[in-house]
Design a protein around this ligand. Structure first.
Ligand code: TMP
Length: 217
């Protein structure tokens, strides 16, 4: 638990539309009155930028460690301070991505779990999913962004690993919701996430009190 804020992670295979869905979700959360901070992993810090830049060349446990180091720094400098002030933090990729991408890279699950042992768990982990055909089609249309998306033969394996990741996260007492985006728009997916998240209104900062006419400032 990350009271008083709410921590939402959004993950899913490359090409599924995470960034667009996160943008729509941030907008809908704002419209619902929440103070929102949208962020990504790797983070925008220098450590995150280096991690993103090197992720095509650095592989296996070395990339797993870089990503975990960035995650710890991201938590300390950006996520926890926002949660502490009651904001809703929406993170585009978090631990679930490590449970999938690092395994695609041949890193054992126990190692991934061990190096992520100290991190804060999200209040809700959202896994976007779709059929392998839909994802492959989207990847062909938009093109690969990094080596994990180069091989369309990886798509089914990535989907399978996300299914396994759901079980791992649930065994860690993380609330997980999987959203099939095969036939919904990013706005529709965002609305489904908002509904599933059921964020307590206590995380919405109180509006400024109206001036008291009997006691003017
Ligand atoms: P993307 O979010 O634009 O798809 O790129 C994320 C990059 O960071 C990609 O190279 C994969 C890498 N990455 C991991 O390997 N593991 C992780 O847990 C995260 C968050 C990112």
């Amino acid at each position: 638990m990350n009271a008083p804020g709410f921590f939402l992670a959004v993950d899913g295979p490359g090409g599924i539309g995470k960034s667009t869905t996160v943008a729509a979700l941030a907008q809908q959360l704002q419209q619902a009155g929440h103070a929102v901070h949208a962020t990504t992993e790797p983070s925008s810090s220098p450590l995150g930028q280096v991690t993103r830049r090197l992720a095509n060349d650095v592989r296996g446990p070395a990339l797993a460690l870089l990503v975990a180091a960035d995650r710890n720094h991201h938590l300390a400098t950006e996520i926890r301070p926002r949660l502490a002030t009651g904001q809703t933090v929406v993170c585009d990729r978090y631990l679930p991505s490590s449970l999938v991408l690092q395994r695609l890279d041949g890193v054992p699950l126990d190692f991934i779990r061990a190096i992520n042992a100290g991190i804060d768990l999200p209040d809700l982990a959202v896994i976007l999913t779709a059929s392998a055909d839909t994802i492959a089609r989207r990847l062909v249309t938009r093109g690969s962004h990094h080596r994990f998306e180069d091989d369309l033969g990886n798509v089914q394996r990535e989907l399978d690993l996300y299914e396994q990741a759901v079980l791992v996260l649930e065994s860690m007492q993380v609330r997980v919701v999987s959203i099939d985006v095969d036939s919904v728009t990013p706005e529709g997916a965002a609305a489904a996430i908002l509904h599933a998240a059921d964020i307590p209104s206590a995380t919405v900062p109180p509006t400024a009190p109206s001036p008291n006419p009997d006691n003017p400032p």
